[in-house]
Design a protein around this ligand. Structure first.
Ligand code: MN
Length: 738
């Protein structure tokens, strides 16, 4: 029999009291007359109410509300009301205690806050996917008092700190939600220390391997970094001491989350990130002198290290929207690396770590009116509809765990789409007519194809043309059910229209041959061509897939259709799908392309532009013969998995004589003569024909696409290698489509 763990209740009681005393210590600075009694009362009620409950870890439940109250007091800087509510935050939801009990014991304000906290956990701990905007709205409607939001943040922080004992699926849900909603919210409120901790903990549970790897790498380089930092600091320290300034100076490591973000978004490796830390200089300076003193320190730092003029940030003159004040400079360190230096006063530093709540300390008194001012300010931030809301959403840009993305119309309107949505999905989301006429899009002012996958924060402008009609391929470009069904409907409608023309053509032909235009005659003809329906027959006649000339091989007896001789020549374009597969496969079961171009009707798929040397396969389309795709074509997976029977193995043969179109994307730094050098390589050195070339420059960087005719992959790779050697060129990649 398994042994039950024995619990030393006496020891636990002692521990609970010890934690309570620590909480009181944290509250000391805001305590006024009578506050201690209120906190004691709240503690006693919570202790009694939760007395039979334990956390997943086995600890007494009361540890949790005490810890949440402690975070409120110590890390957010909230006062007695919040501490009382934090202690009681779970009692209404989880125990017998009612809101009325709270109202009687404490008052209306406390009852309201706890009501808000209870409602929030009711709504959103259950709903699986919340949008940022809804989240913001909900927070506002559910919480008349902003303290609700702050206590909720403290609650979440403690739950994240103790996530270890939860089951894996719970961990994932809570951690993703934290990254998605709570960390950006903390940032919004200027609670930087809490934001960073939430992000790191979030990463630790959503991507444990990544987290551990970076943690390990940081540890490995720690000694070297410390050496560098002390060497960097030394001369500055000396001068500051000489001038009699009171200060702290140290190297501060960047969070694991922000390092990982850099790796992901900038595509760099850990080894290539130089700013793994920032140097922070905090000076003890009276408010009236702090700005001047910060600049004095800046001047000292730049006496030793050369600053980068573009990377000077003065958030002292103009604080950030969330209240952040600091002076940031990036200087060239002794080993030729850029180093970020943050200069601020003690007051600014507390503000940066704890948000506005630190304000009370620097105003006349420590009463809660000051706090109320701050809380009102937060509410304003959350309520303001325009720029602030945008900025709020800005924080979601880099979110990699969300199931939804947020993208913007050119006018800044927000659209929510599922992850992996494309420009075409977006077009259909705006309106089905826009979707049907869509020929491409501009994402962040850059031209992209319909199949372009959108990312959160993208601004998308849809380009349309009246000549455009939906294509079969489009079904492979979209992920939303909405776009799929609209495309299918449009295709059906389009086909119906075309079939209508075919029907008229056939009717004329029948009249001419004196065959009655009856359903049974039409069906006989459809059967003859092995087509599933008369609609399909009409359609194929309209698109010229069935040549009406062959109909003279039929005649009529008493208006009924009769097959004259059975000698209809079956040409490629009258074949059924199975027959096409047979022809394509031939004897060798392998379609050989690059020769017999005329004999077998194949085309190179525009979605991936295959060229000789690529691994390819043939795909039999309904109306355009066989299309050759690259095995790594973006559409390949879908084609191979859904229509395996229409796939033909294919390979290239002696290709030298023919040229194929391929697209190359080039990015780099805009330098004089760069375009000329690229063009020169393409046309002179390789004797390659260029079909088109386009370059876009922006802030000193350029992005270009070149469409060239090459013989095969070898030919293309050689060209790309040469292009990489051009001064200023950073990346050269092959494009999928045109
Ligand atoms: Mn809780």
């Amino acid at each position: 029999m398994a042994e039950l763990p024995t619990i030393d209740l006496e020891a636990e009681k002692k521990e609970i009291l010890k934690r309570y005393k620590e909480l009181l210590k944290a509250c000391r600075r805001t305590l006024e007359k009578g506050d201690k009694l209120l906190i004691r009362k709240a503690f006693d009620i919570a202790l009694e109410a939760h007395k039979d409950m334990r956390r997943k870890s086995g600890e007494p439940y009361i540890y949790h509300p005490i810890a949440v109250a402690q975070i409120c007091a110590e890390e957010i800087g909230l006062g007695t009301t919040s501490v009382v509510c934090a202690l009681l935050h779970d009692v209404v939801e989880d125990t017998e205690i009612t809101l009325d009990d709270i109202r009687v014991s404490f008052g209306e304000k406390e009852a309201k806050i706890i009501d808000g906290l209870t409602k929030i956990s009711g709504v959103f701990d259950q709903s699986s996917s919340l949008q940022a905007e809804n989240f913001r709205k909900m927070l506002l409607t559910l919480s008349d008092d902003v303290r609700v939001i702050l206590i909720k943040l403290a609650d979440r922080l403690h739950n994240m700190r103790t996530l270890e004992s939860m089951k894996r699926d719970k961990q994932l849900k809570i951690a993703s939600e934290t990254l998605y909603l709570y960390a950006p919210l903390a940032h919004r409120l200027g609670l930087n220390a809490i934001k960073s901790e939430l992000e790191d903990l979030g990463l630790k549970y959503t991507e444990p391997e990544t987290y551990l790897e970076i943690q390990e790498l940081l540890k490995e380089g720690e000694a070297e970094r410390k050496k560098f930092i002390s060497k960097f600091i030394e001369p500055i320290k000396e001068i500051l001491e000489e001038q009699g300034m009171k200060f702290k100076i140290y190297g501060r490591p960047k969070s694991i989350f922000s390092i990982n973000n850099k790796i992901k978004t900038k595509g760099v490796t850990f080894e290539n990130i130089f700013d793994l830390f920032a140097i922070r200089i905090i000076i003890d300076s009276p408010p009236e002198r702090e700005k001047a003193d910060c600049w004095r320190v800046y001047s000292i730092v730049t006496d030793f290290y050369h600053p980068s003029p573009e990377r000077l940030r003065d958030w002292i003159s103009t604080p950030k929207a969330n209240g952040y004040e600091s002076l940031h400079a990036t200087v060239m360190g002794p080993e030729g690396n850029w180093v970020e230096v943050q200069i601020r006063s003690v007051r600014m530093d507390e503000l940066a770590e704890k948000g506005y709540a630190a304000h009370w300390k620097y105003k006349n008194s420590g009463n809660e009116n000051q706090l109320d001012d701050w809380l009102r300010k937060i509410r304003e931030i959350l309520e303001s509809p325009n720029e602030n809301a945008m900025e709020f959403l800005d924080d979601f840009k880099l979110n990699l765990f969300a199931e939804e993305i947020f993208v913007f119309t050119p006018k800044g309107e927000i659209k929510t789409l599922p992850v992996n949505s494309t420009a075409l999905d977006f077009a259909f989301d705006i309106h089905s007519k826009i979707g049907e006429k869509c020929i491409g899009a501009k994402v962040n002012h850059k031209l992209v194809p319909l199949s372009y996958k959108l990312k959160s924060g993208d601004q998308v402008e849809i380009l349309t043309s009246n000549k455009q009609v939906p294509k079969e391929d489009w079904l492979g470009y979209v992920v939303t059910a909405n776009a799929k069904s609209k495309i299918k409907n449009a295709l059906k409608e389009e086909k119906r229209k075309v079939a209508e023309e075919g029907r008229e053509i056939l009717e004329r032909k029948f009249n001419h041959l004196k065959i009655d235009f009856t359903i049974s005659n039409i069906n006989d003809l459809a059967n003859y061509f092995k087509l599933p329906s008369s609609q399909e027959l009409f359609y194929r006649i309209a698109v010229g897939n069935i040549d009406v000339k062959h109909l003279k091989d039929f005649s009529q007896e008493h208006g009924k259709i009769v097959h004259k001789s059975g000698s209809i020549k079956k040409e490629d374009n009258t074949k059924t799908l199975e027959q096409m597969v047979e022809t394509a496969r031939g004897k060798s079961d392998m379609l050989v392309i690059g020769e017999n171009l005329q004999k077998i009707d194949y085309k190179l798929a525009p979605c991936c532009n295959p060229i000789p040397g690529d691994d390819v396969f043939g795909f039999i389309t309904v109306s355009e013969g066989i299309k050759i795709h690259r095995v790594n074509c973006p559409n390949a997976l879908q084609l191979l998995s859904n229509y395996a029977y229409r796939v033909v193995k294919a390979k290239w043969t002696t290709p030298e004589l023919i040229s194929f179109l391929a697209g190359i994307k080039i990015t780099g730094i805009d330098e004089v003569g760069l375009v000329n050098n690229i063009t020169k390589i393409i046309s002179n050195e390789h004797n390659i024909n260029m079909r088109s070339i386009s370059f876009d420059t922006n802030d000193g960087t350029f992005e270009g696409t070149v469409m060239v005719f090459v013989h095969d992959t070898h030919h293309l790779t050689e060209l790309m290698k040469k292009l990489k050697t051009v001064n200023g060129v950073l990346t050269v990649t092959r494009m999928d489509g045109q």
